[in-house]
Design a protein around this ligand. Structure first.
Ligand SMILES: [Fe+2]
Length: 263
């Protein structure tokens, strides 16, 4: 099975880039399933029901989330109603939505998808992504050996440690959230493909998506300054992972980094 994962879709530039390029990216690479992180799709914070539909129309099969998954109240409906959208699995019980799903291809093969959020330098009171992640993977493996994990986290060390923790159980663990693509993609000894961060599908000329002015002001003055999403220089960041259908082990992982010149 060939899996395409698209790094954090950020605002208008990220959505435009996918509208323009995703279907050819899928066709050119004979992709079987496309997963994308969509927690920044709406102006950098959250995702709406309308954008969820649009991303699905562009070719995304399953959309994962992160710390901004709960940013827009309209989320209630889409989280509850649709199996193709996830938020991190390790939020306390009682929250809307779910953190795992099973996606079945037209040819009958299936892939389990797990979405987790980190705690280091981040949301420290969440449940343990290591324990909850491994349990979720083991449960999904009762149905399919192919398991994809989006670990939305700040610290490289936490992402790397989680990948080692589930090496041989998950097909792939990919990091998201920091919006800067890392060049460390490789396959761990047990067969789990890993990259610390897939990067961002959004505006390259920005501070991880936002116009630099507001971000610099906050750093300089240490008080609130408004962040405005950048609208320029769209790019696509992603990875393609090949998985053995019988064992679920990763065969390869390669990065995608494309700049688009759009009107
Ligand atoms: Fe995030």
């Amino acid at each position: 099975m060939r899996i395409l994962f698209i790094g954090d879709i950020f605002g208008n530039p990220g959505r435009r880039a996918l509208a323009e390029r995703l279907s050819s990216l899928i066709d050119d690479n004979s992709v079987d399933v496309c997963i994308a992180n969509g927690e920044n799709a709406a102006g950098g914070r959250g995702i709406t029901a309308n954008l969820f539909k649009k991303l699905r129309k562009y070719g995304v099969h399953v959309i994962t989330g992160g710390n901004h998954s709960f940013a827009i109240p309209d989320n209630d409906k889409i989280f509850m109603d649709h199996p193709a959208i996830l938020r991190p699995h390790n939020y306390p019980p009682g929250n809307i939505g779910k953190g795992t799903t099973l996606f079945t291809l037209e040819d009958g093969r299936s892939i389990g998808v797990v979405n987790l959020q980190g705690r280091t330098f981040f949301h420290e009171t969440l449940d343990c992504p290591f324990r909850m992640g491994k349990a979720a993977i083991k449960e999904l493996r009762e149905t399919t050996p192919i398991i994809f994990v989006d670990f939305h986290a700040e610290a490289s060390s936490e992402k790397i440690a989680l990948a080692w923790h589930v090496d041989g159980l998950a097909t792939a663990v990919v990091g998201t959230h920091t919006h800067v693509q890392t060049a460390d993609e490789h396959i761990l000894p047990g067969g789990t493909a890993f990259i610390t961060d897939v990067g961002m599908t959004g505006p390259e000329n920005s501070c991880i998506g936002m116009k630099p002015e507001g971000v610099i002001k906050r750093f300089l003055l240490q008080t609130y300054a408004r962040f405005e999403p950048s609208n320029s220089s769209p790019m696509i960041n992603g990875v393609i992972i090949d998985a053995d259908d019988d064992t679920g082990k990763a065969l390869s992982i390669s990065r995608i980094f494309e700049r688009l010149s759009l009107p």
